[in-house]
Design a binder for this molecule. Structure first.
Ligand code: NAD
Ligand code: ZN
Length: 343
């Protein structure tokens, strides 16, 4: 089969012929129809420090996909051949304290599809039945391919009560934008989304309806808060950029006793004024992946009840034109970019 492989320890990805994966009795073979490119794939493509430390070479990459079941192992009984599916990309162990307690998203033995297990940028993927998410026959494959980052957004956004709360989201990448859309539906009062890239903030307007966009390079956040009639500060913060200035600015404008959910991964360690965190009695929660499987339940329910994330998809390419897609991703002027494995 064809697969996009991190074949060399240098910038790039290579389309290669590799064997179709064999499935264990508890695994499902998925025929991949569509995939989406994630920021993580860009780290691997560019071969930055994080990728060099975490990704063995050679490795089939990719973890955002929609497909159909091609074959099932002998003990699989939750899905049928031909069924439309996507999957949770974190493959967990069963030995740790958290896994034994059913807190699978907190298992320290977690491995990532397309990071340290063979990935989904391929014609076929083998996945444990436990990780397979069954979808309806009419569920759009493009949306199936962006469920993984939508799950990051939903997990972060639903970490704290949003009803009637004023929310600050820093970073208008695909996950920050989808988190704003979720916050709107979850009943937040004021929602402010910041970035330093005007293209991203403009694009975010296509996916949200009442979120106030702020480019913090040329607009003063406190002036925006005053304009919105905010007396004190934000009740809930969602950090979705991994950028030092964004996090420190968030600390500045939080209400006393406020809650921060942090999904953004800093490229390197950075200084934080912990005096502010303590003085404001803030709660800071790190967010990793998606909750298994409560986040998936919630996101399917949100989509069912009218959340529309289809405008997130800005570009589609046949998989063989992957290089054009990765070049485009590097410009920063994209929403989600889809590769079609049937085209
Ligand atoms: P992305 O890189 O597409 O978006 C990040 C955005 O932050 C960009 O638009 C960038 O312009 C913006 N930004 C940079 N500096 C800023 C600043 N000072 N203020 C405000 N915005 C600023 O990323 P994404 O795919 O949307 O993911 C968001 C973050 O979450 C990334 O850091 C990613 O690595 C991380 N992530 C974490 C998990 C997890 O499980 N914790 C999972 C997926 C992604
Ligand atoms: Zn992803």
């Amino acid at each position: 089969m064809k697969a996009l492989v991190k074949a060399k320890a240098e910038k790039g990805l290579w389309m290669q012929d590799v064997p179709v994966p064999e499935i264990a009795p508890n695994e499902v073979l998925i025929k991949i129809e569509r995939t989406a490119i994630c920021g993580t794939d860009m780290h691997i493509y560019k071969w930055d420090d994080w990728a060099q430390k975490n990704v063995p070479v050679p490795m089939v990459v990719g973890h955002e996909y929609g497909g159909t079941v091609a074959a099932i192992g002998s003990t699989v009984n939750r899905v049928k051949v031909g069924q439309r599916v996507t999957g949770e990309g974190h493959v967990v162990g069963r030995k740790s304290r958290n896994a034994r307690a059913g807190k699978f998203h907190l298992d320290p033995d977690t491995k990532g599809i397309g990071v340290n297990l063979p990935g989904a940028f391929a014609q076929y993927l083998a996945l444990p039945e436990f990780n397979v998410i069954p979808l309806g026959d009419d569920f759009p494959l493009d949306i199936a391919a962006i469920m993984d980052p939508l799950g990051n957004a939903v997990h972060t956004a639903l970490s704290f009560d949003l009803v009637g709360e004023d929310v600050l989201i820093t970073g208008a990448g695909p996950i920050g934008i989808m988190a704003a859309a979720v916050a709107e539906r979850a009943g937040a009062r004021r929602i402010v989304l910041t970035d330093i890239n005007d293209w991203r903030l403009d694009f975010a307007k296509k996916v949200t309806t009442r979120t106030r966009m702020v480019n913090t390079m040329n607009e003063d956040l406190r002036a925006v808060m005053a304009e919105l009639g905010m007396q004190e500060g934000f009740d809930v913060g969602m950090e979705m950029s991994g950028a030092e200035p964004a996090f420190n600015q968030m600390l500045d404008v939080m209400l006393m006793g406020g809650n921060i959910a942090m999904l953004g991964i800093p490229a390197k360690p950075f200084p934080v004024d912990f005096g502010k965190l303590v003085g404001k009695a803030l709660t800071l929660r790190g967010i990793y992946g998606r909750q298994m499987y409560e986040t998936w339940y919630k996101m399917l329910a949100l989509l069912d009840s009218g959340l529309d994330v289809s405008p997130m998809i800005t570009h589609r390419f046949p998989a063989r034109d992957f290089q054009k897609a990765f070049d485009l991703m590097e410009t920063g002027q994209t929403g989600k970019v889809i590769l079609d494995w049937n085209a």
